[in-house]
Design a protein around this ligand. Structure first.
Ligand SMILES: C[S@@+](CC[C@H](N)C(=O)[O-])C[C@H]1O[C@@H](n2cnc3c(N)ncnc32)[C@H](O)[C@@H]1O
Length: 245
């Protein structure tokens, strides 16, 4: 009996790892969150029980209930898949679930996934690093629990002057842009927001940091701040194809 904490990637089933597909194919139970795509869920056997535990980020009570569910099913079923968007350990609370399973002596395995932090920008033709443009990238959450201080040192990130990839930052994007500009980033710094990356619902919005608050961005989106956000290498791929053709 094993619980598999599986990264489902950003949404396109083709971006699932082979390991994830194999584990899903023999699942007795699939416990998934709200961003899990139907096509990925369809890889589980028909008879597998599917449980949607969709929750808003930061809801610790619900997380506690999910941990209990994993422990209960993990102790009674042969193959339990906890399917999580992107990678289980990138703002996925996979670590907490692993700790809960370990504390109850339930066997588990982690199956990494393609994170939206990289695949999101890529789906819009944006490389998170690019020689001569950006030599590093930082992945950061824009989410803050109600009443908590902002734990992120935006001024320090602004000084790094490399690519910032912000997950869960849509609601606070204006505040974040202000903090980055107060830290020294130019208002003309390119930004891009990729919603439902890699799916047929994908939307890409581009602009400048100074106008991020007004850009029409909705969740779930990955926000990219930095010079690479002005790039779109999808056109290069299209051009290369037409040259060959
Ligand atoms: C709780 S975090 C989980 C991140 C996930 N573990 C990963 O590695 O991609 C959820 C956030 O990831 C981003 N996200 C997840 N899937 C996405 C997608 N298909 N397109 C764009 N952003 C996505 C959004 O910022 C969303 O608010």
């Amino acid at each position: 009996m094993t619980v598999y904490l599986v990264g489902a990637g950003p949404g396109d089933p083709d971006l699932l790892t082979l390991r994830a597909a194999r584990v899903l194919a023999r699942a007795d139970v699939v416990i998934h969150d709200r961003l899990a795509s139907e096509e990925v869920l369809a890889l589980a056997p028909r008879h597998a029980r599917r449980i949607n535990v969709g929750k808003r980020a930061g809801d610790s009570l619900q997380q506690h209930a999910i941990n209990e569910l994993l422990v209960t099913f993990g102790a009674s079923h042969e193959c339990v898949v906890r399917l999580k968007g992107g990678d289980p350990f990138v703002f996925g609370r996979g670590g907490e679930e692993a700790e809960a399973l370990a504390a109850h002596g339930v066997a588990f395995e982690i199956v990494p996934g393609v994170s939206s932090a990289i695949a999101g920008p890529m789906a819009a033709g944006i490389p998170v690093t690019h020689r001569g443009v950006s030599a590093a990238f930082t992945v950061v959450t824009g989410h803050r629990r109600d009443g908590d201080d902002d734990a992120t040192d935006w001024a320090a990130l602004a000084r790094c002057n490399h690519t910032l990839v912000i997950l869960m930052g849509v609601e606070r994007r204006g505040e974040i842009a202000d903090a980055l500009m107060a830290g020294g980033l130019q208002s003309s710094t390119p930004v891009a927001a990729i919603r439902w990356a890699s799916t047929d619902r994908q939307e890409v919005v581009r602009g400048q940091l100074g106008e991020l608050a007004e850009l029409p961005v909705r969740s779930p989106a990955t926000i990219v701040v930095g010079a690479v956000a002005a790039l779109d290498l999808r056109w290069l791929a299209a051009e290369a194809l037409s040259t060959v053709g």
